[in-house]
Every structure is written in structure tokens, then in C-alpha cells.
Design a binder for this molecule. Structure first.
Ligand SMILES: [Zn+2]
Length: 342
């Protein structure tokens, strides 16, 4: 379906751990352990695909799905802003898990396996898969960011409130839940405390990120970019440079955009080397009319560069710096719940 699925390198650590933990048990232990891990993560992948396919149907762009030992992450860009779309994107993952759980349970019963008592360690494969999928759905439906339930809750709150207020309320519920989870963990299982800390931080971060994006939405790249700015010729030698900025736009001799070069790279290079050799031709570029809150900020942060070139019809027209966005944010004052400065 054109969605790249990648496996994080730490995932293999989990596979090695599970296999080594099972190697002692009679003969086939490690084969069963491998089948188990692969099956569970096939289910996690289907859960993430459900989110991704729904998001794409609602007009978002799915960059990739990454599988980590703790679960999967769908990287989605340009998320729809209508609450009903957000709701469906969030809920389809847990719905897929419930569906998989029911299918696994039905198959288990059809082949004469028993679902009870619950045995996730040494039981038969199908009953274990049934319970794992149902547990995955239940856990993800907890109303706390970054879990799906937190997004479902926010979408529901957006029916009555603006997105910032809805996020603030959902984040508050998430933090309360995290504290409760930590309290339970204190008496029961220390893992819960770790998950609680994770949820608490994610809730706070989600709130900050949403507020940032909301404040920047409606502002175009052309409003905050620096222009005109110096551009370097790709065929220029490093020895001829006299000033060094954080980053440079690099152009051909007739002024067409080539890529981005960082000041520190140019400073450390050989005097005879060409600017073009230190140019990242793959660096993303921004559009003059691009909305900063909607996409430009994300492109900047994800690029890893402190600035990106703004290119209009193949010609560089300015640069947008993270620093300038930060300065603008701090000078324009805090924004109230209604989105207006107060
Ligand atoms: Zn999910």
C-alpha cells in the first residue's frame, strides 16, 4: 500500500531476549518463542496500519510505520483537523486489535483450545494471541496521551472546545491517570511506574506541541523568513569565503537553487574544496505560502537543520530560522485558550 514499515534495531534485542529466555525449555522452545514474537508484532503492525490507512483516507500523509520493542508508531503528517476525522484515526487501531482478538479467540475455540485460564507464558498460540490483542486494545484505550484513548478523548472534547482547550483537558486527564497508575504500580509492579512517568511526560509534551502549532497556524513562511539572504555559488572555492552564517543556500551560476550548506562544514573544509562538495542536495525546502503551524515547523524540526531555504520556482528567496520562530513566539506573548493573545 506504499507505506514503508521499518523495524527499529532495538527490536532484535527483544527477539534475542525472548529466544534466550525460552532456550532452556524442552527442544522447540526457541522456535515457538520466535513464532510468538512474530505473531504479536504482525498484530501490532495491523493495529498501526489501521491508523495509517484511516489517516490516509482522511487526507493525511503517512510517512512510515516503525516497530519498536514496546509497540508500533505511525508517523503521520498533515493530520486532519476535524474532530470526527481525528476520532476515526485514533479509534481504528484499537478496533483492529479487538477484531484480531475476536478472530483469534474464535479460531482457538474452533480448534478445541481453551481460552481460560489465561496463560500468556506457556499456553497455546491462538488463545495467547486472543488475550494479547484484547489487552493491547484495552491498554491503548486508556484516556492518556500518547495512547489512542487520549486522542479519542481529545476528539470528543473538540466537539465543545477549541483544539488547544481540548488538548489541555485531555492532557490533564492523562496526568491524573498517570499519577493513579504510578500509585497502583507502587504496590503492584514497578513497570507501571515507568509507564506512568512516560504517560505523564507525553501528556505535557503533547499539550506544549499543540499550543505551539496552534499559535503558528495561519502564519505563512513569507511572514517570518529572512530575505534577502546571501547565497553561495556551488562552484566557489571554500578559500574565497569571508563570512560564515549558520547555513547557506547554495545556487548554480545562474541562480537556481542547489541545496543547503552548513557554516561549520564550510569552515572545516579544505581551502581548495568546492562549496558544492559540502552541499546537502536532499535538504527539504519550504514554500513561500506554506503555513508554519501546519507543516513548515515540522519540516524544519525533522530536517535537523537550524534553518531551511525558501524556494520559489527553483530560485531561493529567503531562509526560515528556528531561532526566528522562537523569537517571534516569545515576543508575541502567551496565547489564551481562545487562541487570542491575552
Ligand atoms: Zn494505536
Amino acid at each position: 500500500m506504499g507505506i514503508p514499515i521499518s523495524v527499529h534495531v532495538s527490536f532484535f534485542l527483544l527477539v534475542a531476549l525472548v529466544i534466550s529466555a525460552n532456550s532452556g525449555t524442552a527442544g522447540m522452545g526457541w522456535i515457538n518463542a520466535t513464532i510468538w514474537i512474530v505473531s504479536v508484532f504482525a498484530c501490532v503492525t495491523i493495529h498501526e496500519l489501521a491508523h495509517s490507512i484511516t489517516a490516509r483516507a482522511k487526507g493525511a500523509r503517512v510517512r512510515s510505520i516503525v516497530l519498536l520493542p514496546i509497540g508500533g508508531i505511525s508517523r503521520i503528517e498533515n493530520m486532519p483537523e476535524r474532530w470526527i476525522d481525528e476520532f476515526w484515526v485514533a479509534i481504528t487501531g484499537p478496533l483492529a486489535s479487538i477484531g484480531l482478538g475476536v478472530v483469534a479467540a474464535a479460531s482457538a475455540l474452533a480448534t478445541g483450545e481453551h481460552l481460560l485460564p489465561v496463560d500468556l507464558i506457556s499456553g497455546a498460540l491462538l488463545p495467547r494471541l486472543a488475550w494479547v490483542n484484547l489487552a493491547l486494545a484495552a491498554f491503548n484505550l486508556l484516556p492518556a496521551f500518547p495512547l489512542d484513548g487520549g486522542r479519542v478523548l481529545r476528539a470528543a472534547l473538540e466537539r465543545r472546545h477549541d483544539v488547544e482547550t481540548a488538548t489541555r483537558l485531555a492532557a490533564r486527564v492523562g496526568r491524573v491517570l498517570a499519577v493513579a497508575l504510578a500509585a497502583v504500580g507502587f504496590f503492584w509492579d514497578v513497570w507501571l511506574i515507568l509507564i506512568a512517568i512516560f504517560i505523564f511526560m507525553a501528556a505535557t509534551q503533547e499539550q506544549a506541541s499543540t499550543s505551539l502549532h496552534v499559535r503558528l497556524t495561519g502564519h505563512q513562511v513569507r511572514q517570518l523568513m529572512r530575505s534577502p539572504v546571501e547565497a553561495l555559488d556551488a562552484s566557489q572555492r571554500l578559500g574565497s569565503l569571508t563570512t560564515y552564517w549558520t547555513g547557506f543556500q547554495v545556487v548554480t551560476s545562474d541562480g537556481r537553487y542547489v541545496g543547503l550548506a552548513e557554516g561549520t562544514d564550510l569552515m572545516s573544509g579544505d581551502a581548495d574544496a568546492l562549496v558544492g562538495d559540502f552541499t546537502d542536495r536532499e535538504a527539504p525546502v519550504l514554500d513561500l505560502n506554506e503555513d508554519i503551524g501546519h507543516s513548515a515547523l515540522d519540516h524544519l524540526v525533522e530536517s535537523g537543520y537550524p534553518l531551511l531555504a525558501v524556494v520559489d520556482q527553483g530560485v531561493p528567496v529567503g531562509v526560515l530560522l528556528l531561532e526566528d520562530i522562537a523569537r517571534w513566539l516569545s515576543s508575541s506573548g502567551p496565547v489564551g485558550p481562545s487562541g487570542r493573545p491575552y
